[in-house]
Design a protein around this ligand. Sequence first.
Ligand SMILES: [Mg+2]
Length: 228
Amino acid sequence: MDPGSYDVWLLDLDGTLVDTEWSYVREVFDRVGDQMGRSFSDREAAVLWHGLGGTRNGHLHRWGVDPETFWSTFHANGDPETRAAATYLHDDATFVADLEVPVGVVTHSQPFLAGPVIDALDIGDWFDVVVSCSDEVGWKPDPAPVELTLDLLDVDPATSRGVLAGDGATDIGAAWNAGLDGIHVERHGPDRRGHCVLGDHRVRSFDTLWTNGGTDRGICPPRAYNSA
Ligand SMILES: [Mg+2]
């Protein structure tokens, strides 16, 4: 489907529209490591921060790290204002400002983190609603947070063609589970991610959506699909 034809757009936030300077990420993991008595390599920090190659808790279990201890330590060492100051907008995300249909954010980022980022980047007026996932709302790829966002936008998915764009496999899963199209923006590459992510549109940059019909060729070679 022509990316310009959707009746409603939903977007993930972190990794999709914005990202955080590595220096901030590294500092957080250094503090977490000090307090847990276990250092985190750059690769481990990136895997956990970006959600690469499987579930975060699955990685923690494999590394012998108790997820509950990790997440409580991780959240205690995050500083919303410092993080917001270290967060930048991807150049290719500015198309969202020009969308003339309902636009919502569906993010795993919690309001105390997402709010300062959106304020600092002055992009609040891009969105009609921002929904943070939670145990109550559900977490992507559960369609529940997507359905809630559509409801808040007063969009009937039965009569509208919607799309959800995100950088994670869970974003595409949530889109498809909710009956929307999915746009995967691959910010890392399948080699670094550890697998390929399918989608109705698959791009390295949103700029490609408007220039060639919405799909970059060659993100994943055919063989990688079979082993994903
Ligand atoms: Mg993301």
